[in-house]
Ligand binder design. Structure first.
Ligand SMILES: NC(=O)c1ccc[n+]([C@@H]2O[C@H](COP(=O)([O-])OP(=O)(O)OC[C@H]3O[C@@H](n4cnc5c(N)ncnc54)[C@H](O)[C@@H]3O)[C@@H](O)[C@H]2O)c1
Length: 126
C-alpha cells in the first residue's frame, strides 16, 4: 500500500460490517487511524479488535441521534486533535410488504439514511 492516508484520522459510521467495514480496512491499510461508529456494539468491538489500538477504536453511536454524533466526533477528535475524513455509510432499507411497514420504521429510514448524511457534518464544521 502507498500510505496515502498516513497521519490522517477518519471516522466511518455504520462500519461494523459490510461496505463500511471494507472502507475501514482500506483506510487502515493506507495508514489512517480510524474511529468506527456503529449502533451494533458487539460487532463493532469485535471488528476493531482485529486492528489494535494504534489503528482503530470503536464508539457506539446511533447516527439518527444528534447527541450520539456529537459525542462520536468529540471522541474521535481526542485521538490527535484532528479529523480529516468523515464517511457516513450507515443506512437501513427494510425489505418486505409496504402494508405491514409501520410508519415509525419509515421515519427511522429517513432519519438514518437521508436526514443525518446532510446534518452530520455540522459538528465537524464548527
Ligand atoms: N449492499 C448493497 O447492495 C447496497 C446497495 C446500495 C446502497 N447500499 C448502502 O450502503 C450502505 C452500507 O450497506 P451494507 O450492505 O454494507 O449494509 P450493512 O447492513 O451490511 O451494514 C450497515 C451497518 O450500519 C450499521 N447501522 C445501521 N443503522 C445504524 C445507525 N442508526 N447508526 C449507526 N450505525 C448503523 C449496522 O449496524 C451495520 O453495521 C448503506 O447505507 C446502504 O443503504 C448498499
Amino acid at each position: 500500500m502507498s500510505g496515502r492516508l498516513s497521519g490522517k484520522t477518519a471516522v466511518v459510521i455504520g462500519a461494523a460490517q459490510g461496505i463500511g467495514a471494507a472502507v475501514v480496512e482500506r483506510f487502515i491499510e493506507e495508514g489512517a487511524f480510524v474511529t468506527v461508529g456503529d449502533i451494533n456494539e458487539r460487532l463493532g468491538h469485535t471488528f476493531v479488535d482485529r486492528f489494535g489500538a494504534s489503528a482503530a477504536q470503536f464508539k457506539r453511536a446511533d447516527v439518527s441521534s444528534e447527541e450520539d454524533v456529537k459525542q462520536l466526533v468529540t471522541f474521535a477528535g481526542k485521538y490527535n486533535g484532528r479529523l480529516d475524513i468523515l464517511v457516513q455509510n450507515a443506512g437501513i432499507y427494510p425489505l418486505g410488504d409496504i402494508g405491514s411497514l409501520p410508519k415509525a420504521r419509515w421515519d427511522e429510514v429517513f432519519a438514518v439514511t437521508l436526514r443525518e448524511p446532510f446534518l452530520l457534518p455540522k459538528p465537524v464544521c464548527r
